[in-house]
Write a protein that binds this ligand. Structure first.
Ligand SMILES: C[S@@+](CC[C@H](N)C(=O)[O-])C[C@H]1O[C@@H](n2cnc3c(N)ncnc32)[C@H](O)[C@@H]1O
Length: 268
């Protein structure tokens, strides 16, 4: 083969290789730009609950009731499109969404990016029943009454003072510490417009010797009943409540406040 012919062939081969690389690059680019955007549908199936988004005014109210601040670590159980986690992150909190549907997890991550909070709003693809949420200071959820009830023992074992907020669904006979019904006048035109708050109570039921007398506390979730036998022999009925670590009750027309310190109860 002559040198001229060799140069022509090499040139052609290089041209073909370059054209091939260009075609490959374009082919790799095309499906990405044309990939269909995942759009969830209200009431689509979920593992244990369908997806219905919490109206934004209710998300805001839930986080208001829980008094979320930048010091909080918020976890949303079944986080859907990520709106609650993203709203908490916009308030400066660290927040984690637990969601079983991987498409919703990917969508949430994109939504967090768009809102500029991807550093604080994180999402994991996981089953909420298999998830450790003991590090959360605030738990948010929009699940179902029977799921709330199933989670209740685990919630009651959380650190006293952990705040739980639910859209609409209750915790059976564990009454909420606060409720906000929004309705149309509150800017909520959907069907799920009630924010409920529970504060995990310390376990304080028991018998205590205090400066004020012998105190018997019977605890039912955050509610307290019982008796105070004063040192001058009076037996007074006790009614009160536990808010996180803090105890407050009335007995004989007097108000008492206190906290457990180890096994002893200090009252003022
Ligand atoms: C009613 S939606 C609430 C979504 C979001 N928290 C909100 O308030 O907008 C319930 C979500 O829980 C998810 N889910 C259902 N079962 C789950 C499970 N076992 N673990 C994690 N997520 C689950 C569903 O995919 C759905 O996105």
């Amino acid at each position: 083969m002559s040198i001229a012919c060799l140069i022509r062939r090499t040139g052609l081969a290089l041209l073909l290789a370059a054209a091939g690389t260009l075609a490959l690059a374009q082919a790799q680019k095309k499906p990405q730009s044309e990939a269909p955007v995942y759009e969830p549908t209200v009431f689509q199936e979920g593992k244990d609950v369908v997806w219905v988004p919490t109206p934004q005014v209710v998300v805001d109210k839930m986080l208001d009731l829980a008094k979320v601040t930048p010091a909080d670590f918020v976890m949303d159980l079944g986080s859907g499109d990520g709106r609650t986690v993203i709203t908490a992150a916009r308030r400066g909190a660290r927040a984690l969404g637990v969601e079983y549907n991987p498409d919703m997890v990917a969508l949430s991550k994109r939504n967090a990016e768009k809102n500029g909070v991807a550093d604080k709003a994180k999402f994991v693809k996981a089953d909420l029943f298999e998830t450790d949420f003991s590090k959360a200071s605030v738990i948010t959820m929009f699940l179902l009454p029977d799921i709330n009830l199933k989670l209740r023992p685990k919630i009651l074992d959380l650190k006293p003072g952990t705040r739980i907020v639910s859209n609409t669904f209750t915790m059976d006979d564990w009454e909420a510490d606060a409720t906000a019904d929004l309705g149309a006048e509150g800017g909520c035109n959907a069907s799920w417009c009630t924010a409920l708050l529970w504060i995990v109570p310390a376990r304080v039921g028991g018998i205590y010797r205090t400066w004020q007398g012998d105190l018997v506390l019977i605890q039912q979730f955050q509610k307290l009943t019982g008796s105070l036998r004063t040192d001058d022999g009076k037996m007074l009925a006790v009614t009160g409540k536990v808010t996180g670590e803090n105890i407050s009750f009335t007995a004989g027309g007097r108000e008492y406040r206190g906290k457990l310190n180890g096994k002893s109860l200090e009252l003022r």
